[in-house]
Every structure is written in C-alpha cells, then in structure tokens.
Design a protein around this ligand. Structure first.
Ligand code: ADP
Ligand code: MG
Length: 937
C-alpha cells in the first residue's frame, strides 16, 4: 500500500512496531487514547462495537482507524483476548514534552496480552483461575504445566503414555478438561496429533506454537523447582511457559516464584461428564452457577477463599488423614458461631491479595492498587486473632485446641506500616501514565520533605495569584476583573470587552476570547512559572516515590502470598462450616474401607431449593459395599426421584472427600478414587456426535477406567436406542460391572427397564430398590421414598396424562401397551425365565434402600405375579381413592414358575430337525403334563 498518508513520521513508526508484532492487534498509544490502524482497526472495531473512522478524513488515501480511551482500555483488551486475539500494548515511553517539537515520542510494546495471559486481572472472574497450559511430549510421558499468571500459581506434572501412541493419554485429557486452560503452548516441530486432540477437547481455547524452550530459563525468572532436570517433560512444559511469559509480560515473572509438582493420583479424578452431570460448577440448564454445588457451598468472604474452595471441589482428596484434618477445622468452626462470625467480619476487608500483587507488579500499577494492598495487609492481624476470643457461652467447654488445619496468617506489618505512612487514605484514580491534576496528591504530606517543600511553594504561589484578583480590581477600578486559568495558556487576568478602556498600562495582552481579553503582568508571569515548575516537579517526584514504594511492597511479596494462602484456607473452611451449621449437615466418617453407607441422606442442592420454595426433601438411605450390595438397580416411575438420588449419593461422597460435612444423619465413605457418571441425555450435538454415541462412549470410558474403589452412577443407559438394544446393553454393562474380577466398583444403576431387576436373582451382590409411587384414582402420587425390591411398571402413560396429553391419545396408548405387553412376552420367549434362579437372592428384597420410617409402606403386599406380565383385562380394577394400602399391589416381583422354567429349558435344548413326528408328539404331551404337574422346587 503506497499511500501518502502512510509516509508521515508517526505512521512510519507505527508500521515499524506493527512489523515486529504481526500476529497481534497493535494498541498504539496517542495521548489519552490507544489507536488501532488499518486492518487492525477494521477487525477490532466491530468486535469492540466502536466506531471505525479514518485519519485525515475525506482524503482519498485516508487510513482506517479506531480507538479506545486509555482509562477504559482494560475491558476492550480482555474482550479481544477472550475472542482468541493477541493484543500488543504500545506505550509512549518518554515524556511527551521532552520530545516536544524535536521529533516523535519514543514508543515501545510493553506487554502482549494473549488468551491465556490476560495481563491486568481487574474485572476477571475472581472465583476462577485463568490458566495457560503447555504440553511437552517426551518418549515415555507427556509433561503438562499450568500457570495462572494473575496469581503466580504454577504447577506441573507428567502423565505416562504408550510409547507409540502420539495422542493424549486419557488421564491427561481429563486433567486438561478440568483445568480448562484458555491457551495451550506446544513447541514448534512435531506434535500435531497432540494439538489436534487438544483442539477436539477444548475447541474454545487458543493453541500457540512457540520456539522450543531454552535450556536455561530467562535470567529474570528465578523459579524454585525449575531448572534442575531440564530433560524431564514436566520441566520442559514449565520452561515453555516461563519463556513465553518472559517474552510477553516480563514484569509478571516476579510473581512466578515456585513450581509445584503434582501427580494426577493425588486427587479424585472427575471427568467432564461427571462434572457436568453432577452440576459441580455449571448447571445443565444454561451453564450458569445457579443450582450448582459450588453455589451451595460458597459462602466465602474473599476472592481468595472463593478460588480455593472451587479448587477443593475440583480436586477432592484421597488421603483420609488430609481429609480428617480439614474436617477437624470445619467441625471446630461449625461449633463456634461467635468466633466464626468474628472471623468472617475480619476477612471481609481482605481484597484479592494474589491478584493485587500481580497488579502491583505491572508498569501501569496505580496508587489505588497499593491502597487496596494496604487495606488487605491492615486486616491481617484481625484475621489472625479472630478465633482467639471467647466461644459461645452455651458451648460445652471443649478442649478448645485450635486444629492444625486452621492456619493463622502471619501479618506483614512493615509493608503495611510503610504504605500507611506514605500513601494518603484514599488515593485518586489514576489514568495510566497520563498527566493531569488527578495524578498528584497521593503521597501523604509529611512523608517526603522535598515534596512537601515543592507543594508549599506551589501552594503559596497559588495563594498569591488568588489574592491578585482583589489587588488588581482595586488598582484598576474594574469590578468584574477575574483571574482565570487555562491548561494551555496558563493564568490570565480577564477583562470584559466593555471594560477594555480601563485596562492599566502594565497589563500585557495574552489571549482574546469572544467577549473578553486576557492579560498578564511581569509579576504574574514570574509567579506562574514558579507555581507550574513546582507542581510539575512535585508530580515527577511523587511518581518516583511511588515507584520506590511499589518496589518495597513487592519485596514482601513472599510473606504476603503466604498470608494470602492462609486467608484463603480460613475463608474456605469457614464457608464449609457455615453451610454445615445452617443446614444441619454432619461430619462423615471417611476411611479406607470400600463402604458407602448413608443414613437419611439428602441432595445438597435440591434440598435447599425445595426449602426455599416451602417444600421438604424426603431423606433416603444408601448402602453400597463390595461384601453386600455392590450394585443397586434402581427402578421406579418417571419423576419418582431416581436421578436426584443418584446424584445425591455421588455428591455426598464428593463432599466427604473435600473435607466438608454432608447432608445426612450419618455417613461412612470409604475413599472413592473416581466418580463416574452417565446421567441423563447428553447434549454434545454441537460437536457432531449423536446422543447415543456419546452415551456409549461415556459408558465405554467407565468400563475401561473404573477400579474397585470407584463409584459408578449410571442413569438410564441404553435409552438412546431401541428397547431391546437398550435393555441388552444395560444388562450386559451391569453384569460386567458385577462380574469382572478385581473391578466391582460401587454402582448405582437407575433404569426404566424394570426387567433389569431380575439380575439380582443370578448375581449375589446385586440389589434392587425402587421409588414408591401410589396410584390415586387417575393420578400418581410420588412418595420419594426408596423401598427395597424392584418396581414393576414405569407409569409412563400416567405421567403423559398428567402432562396433558389428550384423553383419546392416553386411552389408545393404554390399549397399545396392553397389546404390546402380551405380544412382547410371547415373541420374546420371556427371557427372564431363562435365568438360573439363585436361591436366597430373590429380588434382592433386603438389599438396598432404607426401610420406610412409617408403618404404612411396610405393609405393601407383594403381588403374586408381575403386573406387566398379565393381560390388561386381568389387572385389578383401579381402586377408589380411599384405599391407600390395598391399591399398592403393583410393586415387587415374584420368582418365575419353576414348571414353566423347566419346559422352556427342555424346549431350548432340543433340535427339532432330529425329531421324528412321533417323538415330537410324545414330547408335546410330556411338556403339557409337566406344566400341569406339581412344581419340583
Ligand atoms: P426420575 O429420575 O425418577 O425421573 P427425578 O430424580 O428427576 O426423578 O426427580 C423428579 C422430581 O422429584 C425432581 O424435580 C425433584 O425435585 C423431586 N425429588 C426427587 N427426589 C426427591 C426427594 N427425595 N424429596 C423431594 N423431592 C424430590
Ligand atoms: Mg431420571
């Protein structure tokens, strides 16, 4: 493009800088604005919804441009980064006046903001980490490093892989999904398979190829734990991140002080499906926080605490001792209302210390940032002592030992004191690097003698000028004479046109306005230059003092970070204690057994939602154990509470392992290494996968990865295909989970295939339970109560009727159902009869489920035959509304008739092609008499 407009010195400077950052949108500082030009402007203007204009408007070669004010640039830059763009922020690096008239102001790119390195953390979600990841494939393992540059949190691990396998190991994929990095770094060179796998995994995240990491980290980076083993994949990944940060945001390196090694085996693995199905962080409705576990648990007072609590929920512990330590702290706090309230009050003024440190390290740091840091530091002593005071009087005097897991933050008094003495109470908001009245006045009077002297000189001069008005009015006899100030022209004595004739001789004309003239005098000129000189020197000196303060404060970054960590823990623990106390949750026993026993458990979120709307949640028990019922088949009508129950059990196990109390009367949780869920209909259609495919993939994942310590939650698997397909798959999956040696995870299996209840007859560790419902005239009444034994019907048609399907359709559906039921049985040859009946395990009647508390349900009679096995005409007439118990004869199952079983057995074993007609006739007669004879069982 050879436009004359591009040949100006400024545009040449712009183009030279842009050439160094071709992959970035260049934010070019001009006074109080950042300007974008040419293609950058055309790209950014619509994304930022700002006007696209032109430089030298109207000329044929005008340059497209758009701009944002410096003081509000943050959100715009963040927006572009979130959309996957990179932004190079180019500042004026010398004083505009120093360059005035001479040449162009020098400009440099001081920061590159990328999707994973957001730069200024102001305005980002305080409760979440903002991670950038790097992968480094080694021969045996792939290194993963994760960095949150806004907090300095830096961690790395290595995940083994099969040597020949170029793809992402499953555990690594799970970890990446959990971390949700916004950007992934991969060294240039091979690794396309990894990049592609990552793109499929997190399609919204940016992928960046970077030069291979240098052997030695950049000099500015002094990261503890980095540099000792440069050939390890974990370190290589970490080194990529450090080099990238050094290149793009060198000032932020000071925040990255320690590399933490971790192993995926340290915490419960929660895959994407499980996190989504259990609605830990995002609800399934709109991806928001409403109705999620984290929303239920988060009563934190600080951003630090909120972030740590989210981390705890994402990484439940596996070590019973570590869990018990957290439980001790939560229980201690839950029992002490007054100290806990004092703690929360003390925590409130603590701002986001970690991210404030990151802000303070930025070149654009403002006095406000240090003031917030100071407020947080000043709050630390109160936090440290909040728990020392008296307990509630009503408490039995426990041995009030403070548990080890309740940290005591160590205040950082020197830094707090320094900032207190040097900074005014409420510093003004600063425009980044811009000069104006608002920029000065943040250093406290009395802190710096020279500054005080300059301020005094300026003040005296201003006073003298203020007095000048009265003096000159008197001398000249012009009553309307005024002293005015103009930012460019300076001070002037203003006289209206009407009074010009009376202007004294020593006035010198300076500026002409519409209705007045401004004048100066030699005296005023002298004083003006003294005032302006002093003001200017004071401003420069303040900036210098501020830089010194910033450096001193950052020297205490390590103790501040330690204090921040302690605050975060106290806050997260207090939050768990608060919830437990208010909702009446109990401390579970967490041990290395493989038990999962819950008395009167509730769903932590549904319970709360119901409470708020005036309803009440019906508690239910759970008992899973490898010795007893390892796999519980859960049947029952739609809407009866199966899915809620499944999630409730999983959430209680998860809560127990983050150290929280749980919604139950009592609970024992043997450590769960992974929770697997296959719940409800998944919606990944956007990725071109059918729901059924997703369902089967998730199921395959469970079968491949579950261990004897896992908790498996299966809700309605096999629903996405035809009934027989679905039932067969569900059946085979359940068998596999029960039969595979060394697998046998604790499993809850909800299904609308009530035929699956029959599995309990043949499998010793399979139990049945269902959610009770009553038919009440034409209605169904859900009791939300888990009762032993399988359900016999799914009540789909009743639910359809309740939902308002027209009466004729409902009636016709009933007819079709009864036809199907009779037909299906003949055609199928009643497969359940073919099962070898395991004596003593019939229907798993005593297995799962809590016996109902009231007597009424205990008296549910077992029907002599399965309701659905009878033709419709044989069904008992629907009872009148009055008989609450008599009408309940629809549940439970009965062992098959052994005579029928024998007949079927014989029929199956014979080969008709080898029978003579006579033999066939004889056999028929035998079978017939067998059916009529005495049962042999
Ligand atoms: P299902 O999976 O059997 O179709 P759901 O678990 O989806 O049933 O539950 C249906 C409705 O019943 C939900 O809206 C839920 O709020 C309510 N519910 C479930 N369990 C309980 C319970 N134990 N107490 C009270 N209400 C419950
Ligand atoms: Mg359900």
């Amino acid at each position: 493009m050879s436009r004359a407009a591009l040949e100006t010195p400024m545009m040449r400077q712009y183009l030279a800088i842009k050439a160094e950052h071709p992959d970035c949108l260049l934010f070019y500082r001009m006074g109080d604005f950042y300007e974008l030009f040419l293609a950058d402007a055309e790209l950014a203007a619509p994304l930022l919804e700002i006007a696209l204009t032109t430089r030298d408007r109207g000329k044929p070669d005008a340059v497209p441009m758009c701009g944002v004010p410096v003081h509000s640039a943050g959100p715009h830059i963040r927006r572009l980064a979130e959309l996957g763009h990179r932004v190079a922020v180019c500042e004026q690096v010398e004083d505009a006046r120093a360059a005035a008239g001479r040449r162009l102001v020098r400009r440099e790119v001081i920061e590159v903001v990328t999707p994973g390195l957001v730069g200024d953390p102001e305005g980002v979600d305080a409760a979440r980490e903002i991670l950038i990841a790097a992968l480094a494939p080694g021969p045996e393992a792939i290194g993963l490093a994760l960095l949150d540059a806004t907090t300095g949190d830096f961690r790395a691990t290595a995940v083994p892989r099969a040597a020949a396998d170029a793809s992402l190991p499953r555990a690594l994929a799970t970890e990446l999904e959990r971390a949700q990095p916004r950007e992934l770094l991969l060294a240039e060179g091979p690794g396309d398979a990894l990049a592609e796998a990552f793109a499929r995994l997190l399609p919204g995240a940016a992928r960046t190829r970077v030069p291979a990491a240098p052997e030695r980290p950049p000099a500015a980076a002094r990261v503890e734990g980095l540099g000792a083993h440069p050939s390890e994949p974990a370190e290589q990944a970490a080194a990529l991140l450090v080099a990238y940060l050094a290149r793009h945001q060198p000032f932020a390196l000071a925040q990255v002080v320690r590399l933490r090694r971790y192993s995926l085996g340290d915490a419960m693995l929660l895959d994407r499906a499980t996190r989504a199905h259990l609605e830990l962080f995002e609800n399934s409705e709109d991806g928001g926080r409403r109705g999620t576990l984290i929303e239920r648990l988060d009563r934190t007072a600080t951003a630090l605490g909120a972030r740590l609590l989210a981390r705890w929920v994402a990484y439940p512990l596996l070590d019973p001792e570590a869990i018990a330590a957290r439980q001790d702290a939560v229980a201690w706090l839950a029992q002490r209302d007054r100290p806990r309230a004092r703690l929360v009050e003390a925590l409130r003024p603590v701002r986001d210390l970690e991210r404030l440190l990151a802000r303070a390290a930025r070149p654009a740091a403002a006095p406000r940032d240090l003031a917030q840091l100071r407020a947080s530091l000043e709050a630390l002593p109160g936090v440290a002592s909040a728990l020392d005071g008296p307990d509630d009087a009503s408490l039995p005097s426990l041995a009030a030992e403070r548990p080890a897991a309740l940290p005591r933050p160590a205040p950082v008094p020197e830094a707090a004191e320094l900032l207190r003495q040097a900074l005014v109470d409420e510093p003004p908001v600063l425009l980044r690097g811009s000069r104006g009245a608002s920029e000065t006045g943040y250093i406290r009077p009395g802190w710096h003698a020279e500054l005080d002297g300059l301020r005094e000189a300026a003040g005296k001069g201003r006073e003298w000028i203020a007095g000048l008005e009265a003096r000159e009015r008197e001398r000249s006899g012009i009553p309307s004479l005024r002293v005015r100030f103009h930012p460019v022209h300076g001070y002037g004595l203003e006289v209206t046109k009407a009074n010009l004739a009376r202007v004294p001789a020593h006035f010198e004309r300076k500026q002409t306005l519409a209705n007045a003239e401004r004048f100066t005098t030699p005296e005023l000129r002298e004083m003006e230059s003294r005032v302006l000189g002093a003001t200017e020197r004071a401003a420069a000196l303040e900036r210098e003092i501020f830089e010194g303060l910033r450096r001193s404060a950052l020297e205490s970054a390590a103790p501040m970070r330690a204090a921040a960590r302690a605050v975060a823990e106290l806050d997260a623990l207090a939050s768990l204690a608060q919830v437990a106390r208010e909702a009446g949750w109990v401390r579970p026993l967490v041990d290395t057994s493989a038990e999962l026993r819950i008395t009167a458990g509730r769903h932590p979120v549904v319970e709360e939602l119901l409470r708020r709307s005036g309803g009440s949640f019906v508690p239910n028990d759970s008992e899973l154990s490898p010795r007893d019922v390892q796999l519980l088949i859960l049947t029952g009508p739609n809407m009866s509470g199966k899915s809620t129950y499944l999630r409730q059990v999983a959430l209680i196990a998860l809560l127990a392992q983050i150290g929280s109390c749980v919604p139950a009367e009592s609970a024992r949780v043997g450590i769960v290494d992974r929770i697997f869920t296959r719940v409800g209909a998944s919606d990944r259609l956007a990725r071109g996968e059918s729901t059924f495919m997703v369902e089967m993939r998730e199921t395959a994942e469970i079968l491949a990865c579950a261990s004897a310590r896992s908790l498996v939650i299966l809700d309605e698997i096999g629903r996405g295909t035809s009934t027989f397909d679905g039932l067969s798959i569900a059946w085979a999956v359940a068998e596999h989970l029960h039969d595979t040696p060394g697998l046998s995870p604790r499993t809850l299996f909800a299904t609308h295939y009530h035929e699956l209840s029959d599995l309990a007859r043949a499998r010793p560790r399979v139990g049945n339970a269902h959610f009770a419902a009553r038919e009440w005239g034409e209605e169904i009444l859900f009791l939300r109560q888990l009762v032993p034994g399988g359900a016999s019907r799914s009540y789909g048609i009743q639910v359809a009727r309740l939902a308002g399907l027209p009466g004729v359709v409902v009636e016709r559906a009933r007819e079709i159902l009864s036809n199907l039921e009779s037909g299906e049985l003949d055609e199928r040859g009643r497969p359940r009869l073919a099962l070898p009946a395991a004596p003593g395990s019939a229907a798993g009647a005593e297995s799962g489920g809590r016996a109902p508390a009231e007597g009424s349900l205990r008296s549910i009679p077992e029907t002599p035959a399965r309701a659905d096995a009878r033709p419709a005409a044989d069904r008992p007439p629907r009872p009148a509304a009055a008989g609450p118990v008599a009408q309940l004869g629809l549940f439970g199952s009965t062992p098959p008739d052994p005579r029928e079983a024998e007949v079927l057995q014989r029929l199956r074993s014979l080969d008709p092609s080898r029978l003579t007609p006579l033999e066939a006739l004889n056999l028929l007669a035998q079978l017939r008499s067998c059916l009529e004879g005495e049962p042999q069982a």
